[in-house]
Design a protein around this ligand. Structure first.
Ligand code: KIV
Length: 271
């Protein structure tokens, strides 16, 4: 008799069903095998291999420099650690904008070379054709509206988006365009809570918020932010669950002291 317990995997249908039942979706980013294994074991529903890897893994100021090859490397590492969660991978800047054929090629590379389950793209009406083309190949697409970090040089700041009526109206229109094009979910980043609630009410697919209040269908945070590894970043929407920067610094400090004091390794820690 097999003792192997079958895990019920999260799919895009699961998320749709969760929205229907009013059950909130929990999503976090991850970029490597070890972290992905931990957050999957903890019951996370969706893992985003975000292009925030450009910031928190590579130390860049923006998400623009990360390449498709680098995203695929992170995604393949994450996939090897995951049994249950749905794994979504950001298509990086320059791999899909303004060219639906290139968008499809990039999405196929992500799926084929990493084993991920879906891709995410930033933008509304301007990516409609690419979303449809990627979907025509059977690849699920998650949208991303509001503060879309790949457009930081257009916005000029990381401030809250869509506070003015015109941009708010455009965001709702874009959400309808993405829903109609076939996106299975949409991330709403740093927009007024009332606007996000309106989107989650009007749109049939799950809305996952980051800095978008509690009226949406799920929440996403960058793992390094919520674990307190990325100490310089303190937006109002962020809740820190650990202070790993300080904890790791203290642990490494103790190790350094033990080595210097010839206390490590001791008699029981050698052969
Ligand atoms: O790249 C990322 O981590 C993201 C989240 C902030 C949603 O897109």
């Amino acid at each position: 008799m097999s003792v192997h317990k079958e895990v019920k995997k999260v799919t895009t249908n699961t998320l749709q069903e969760m929205k229907r039942k009013g059950e909130k979706i929990a999503m976090l980013t991850a970029y490597d095998f070890s972290m992905a294994k931990i957050i999957d074991a903890a019951g996370i529903d969706v893992i985003l291999v975000g292009d925030s890897a450009s910031n928190v893994m590579a130390g860049h100021e923006t998400t623009l420099p990360i390449t498709l090859d680098q995203m695929i490397y992170h995604a393949a590492s994450v996939i090897r650690g995951v049994d249950r969660a749905l794994v979504v991978v950001d298509l990086p800047f320059g791999s899909y904008q303004g060219n639906s054929k290139e968008a499809l090629t990039s999405a196929i590379r992500v799926m084929k070379e990493s084993g991920a389950h879906a891709v995410k793209m930033e933008g509304g009406k301007e990516i409609e054709e690419s979303v449809k083309r990627i979907l025509s190949a059977g690849i699920p697409v998650m949208g991303h509206l509001g503060l879309t970090p790949q457009s930081i040089y257009k916005f000029g700041t990381y401030n809250v988006r869509a506070k003015e009526e015109e941009e708010a109206k455009r965001l709702i229109e874009d959400a309808h365009v993405l829903e109609k094009a076939g996106c299975f979910a949409i991330v709403l980043e740093k927009i007024p809570a009332a606007l996000a609630t309106q989107a989650a009410t009007e749109i049939s697919v799950p809305m996952i918020g980051i800095g978008a209040g509690s009226g949406v269908d799920g929440q996403v945070l960058v793992l390094h932010d919520m674990l307190g590894l990325n100490v310089g970043f303190n937006p109002r929407f962020l809740r820190r669950y650990l202070n790993l920067f300080d904890d790791i610094k203290q642990a490494v400090g103790s190790y350094v002291s033990d080595v210097k004091a010839k206390d490590f390794p001791n008699a029981g820690e050698q052969y």
